[in-house]
Design a protein around this ligand. Sequence first.
Ligand SMILES: NC(=O)c1ccc[n+]([C@@H]2O[C@H](COP(=O)([O-])OP(=O)(O)OC[C@H]3O[C@@H](n4cnc5c(N)ncnc54)[C@H](OP(=O)(O)O)[C@@H]3O)[C@@H](O)[C@H]2O)c1
Length: 264
Amino acid sequence: MDLPKKVIWITGASSGIGEALAYEFNKKGAHVILSARRIEELERVKENCNNSDEAVKVLPLDLTDSQSFAQKTEEAIGMFGSVDMLINNGGISQRAFAADARMETIRQVMEVNFFGTVGLTKALLPHLIEQKAGHIVVISSVMGKIGTKYRSSYAASKHALHGWFDCLRQEMYEHNINVTLVCPGYVKTEVTVNALTGDGEKFNKMGDAQNKAMSAEAFAQKLLPKLAKEKEEVYIGGFEVLSVYMKRWMPGTLNKVLKRVKVT
Ligand SMILES: NC(=O)c1ccc[n+]([C@@H]2O[C@H](COP(=O)([O-])OP(=O)(O)OC[C@H]3O[C@@H](n4cnc5c(N)ncnc54)[C@H](OP(=O)(O)O)[C@@H]3O)[C@@H](O)[C@H]2O)c1
């Protein structure tokens, strides 16, 4: 990856993993476009970057507003003349039992994580196809590969991303466009605080595992070399990443363990 010449568009750049990725790409000399809903947080992230006036642009975006995606994409391309990499990172989690989650809440998680990600990617595809190059990155989760208690619609949305983007990867091969699905384990961010309860309220509690997890900065540092190698699927985390391999090679054992774990 010749980063000083690349334009990287990051969703969910107002906090956590997206913010850390913005700093990491900025340090390497890339041009960065920051998107999320909270403009003041995006401006804060921009201020923390090097050479921010020339190298960083803020583009507010709500992933539930699919009507805006064509216009936002045009604006993003106009900011530096092209987009080379879209990092679909914006997302929301769930903390509620499946039996207690309202359909509206389930749809909201799907709207942000799945339809928002797919819609924005589709809006950018004609540009990437025309320039015969590009890289689409999706921040999925270990929950995109397995399912545990209290996260049903979140896991469903992340599993759905794997289906859609695995198909897209095969279709984009002839256009020289790469697709990378990234599965983080626990990363210390506000993702659990911001998660939705069954009735769609904010969970507002920090998860125990999140608290002890790797920092978003450490995560971003581990991810960049893997993107440079154009990996198709990436797992970054602690012991929880083992569950992805257990699901593949010993699914019965994994299910036995997961049925007994306490809810967090
Ligand atoms: N932290 C972990 O342990 C972990 C593990 C696996 C996967 N992930 C994934 O990593 C990604 C980033 O999460 P995080 O951990 O960094 O948590 P976070 O700090 O809560 O960040 C979530 C980001 O998504 C944005 N977002 C939420 N709803 C949005 C909407 N409707 N439109 C546009 N942007 C929206 C938020 O910005 P605004 O509120 O400003 O819109 C924020 O920037 C998510 O996709 C998450 O599923 C995280």
